[in-house]
Design a protein around this ligand. Structure first.
Ligand SMILES: [Zn+2]
Ligand SMILES: [Zn+2]
Length: 269
């Protein structure tokens, strides 16, 4: 099983998860053209993507969804509530490409579980993408959580023990407080329906990382209120100051690039 981010941040998000040569895309918040370009940079082609799962209707997650689905003739997976609010933004979607999902479903041969996050959209979800159970093979799962103003009960429940994480470290509170954003926007971001602060995320990771965890990618960083260096230093400091610091010291943690793909990360079997 493998995964990567193709773009990450408020200018657009897309995460790719695959097993063998079958892949699903989580959101497409960049243009279809940029998505295909970024895919080619990691030596994958459009024919490798079998479906797009949508986490919520904000434009940084759905900008390219409609056009990409039409171009690749692949289905879009979203809840009924999300279909209601995003249909008009996607353009014409053929009936067969419009898949209404509940909390768990299968896409590109993988099991997808949606759990609610706490965000100011009509609905918003994090995901756990697992490969189906196979005899003599370890279970593997990638936990995804972006766009949440707080760590929810469901996040704790579903993200514990994932083999890899793509998780939001959106802002540094000091930088946000002292930054140029108007007060209402600061309140929105810091509120419980906004985004995760670096330290908040690190506290979550302390609960979710288990012995089997192989990788952590920090995602959806704010351009104004965070930097890759601050996010990484904050998260690493909290992991290293914890009781299990020895365990964490070997765990690779890095930051998803904003405009280009992260290297493809292959999970050890
Ligand atoms: Zn959002
Ligand atoms: Zn977002």
């Amino acid at each position: 099983m493998h995964f990567t981010t193709l773009a990450s941040g408020s200018s657009g998000n897309a995460i790719l998860v695959g097993e063998n040569n079958r892949h699903l895309l989580v959101d497409c918040g960049i243009s279809g053209k940029s998505l295909l370009h970024n895919l080619s940079q990691i030596h994958l082609s459009c024919s490798d993507i079998e479906g797009i799962v949508v986490t919520h209707e904000h434009v940084d997650h759905i900008r390219g969804v409609g056009i990409l689905a039409r171009k690749l003739k692949i289905p879009i997976y979203a809840t009924a509530g999300l279909w209601n609010v995003m249909s008009h933004s996607l353009g014409k979607i053929e009936e067969g490409q419009r898949i209404e999902v509940q909390e768990s479903f299968s896409c590109a041969g993988m099991d997808v579980l949606l759990y609610p996050t706490s965000h100011d959209s009509r609905e918003s979800y994090g995901l756990k993408v697992s490969r189906p159970k196979q005899k003599n093979k370890r279970d593997l799962a990638v936990g995804i959580a972006t766009d949440s103003g707080m760590i929810t009960e469901e996040m704790h429940r579903h993200l514990q023990g994932c083999d890899a994480f793509v998780v939001e470290a959106n802002y540094d509170d000091e930088r946000l407080q002292n930054g140029p954003y108007p007060a209402y926007l600061k309140r929105r971001i810091r509120g419980k329906y906004g985004h995760l602060e670096n330290k908040q995320l690190a506290e979550g990771l302390l609960e979710w990382i288990k012995e089997n965890t192989q990788r952590v990618v920090l995602a959806h960083l704010s351009q104004e209120n965070n930097t890759p260096e601050i996010a990484l230093a904050t998260v690493l400091r909290i992991l290293q100051d914890s009781k299990r610091s020895k365990e964490y010291s070997k765990l690779p943690v890095d930051v998803a690039p904003r405009h280009f793909p992260h290297e493809l990360i292959r999970l050890m079997e």
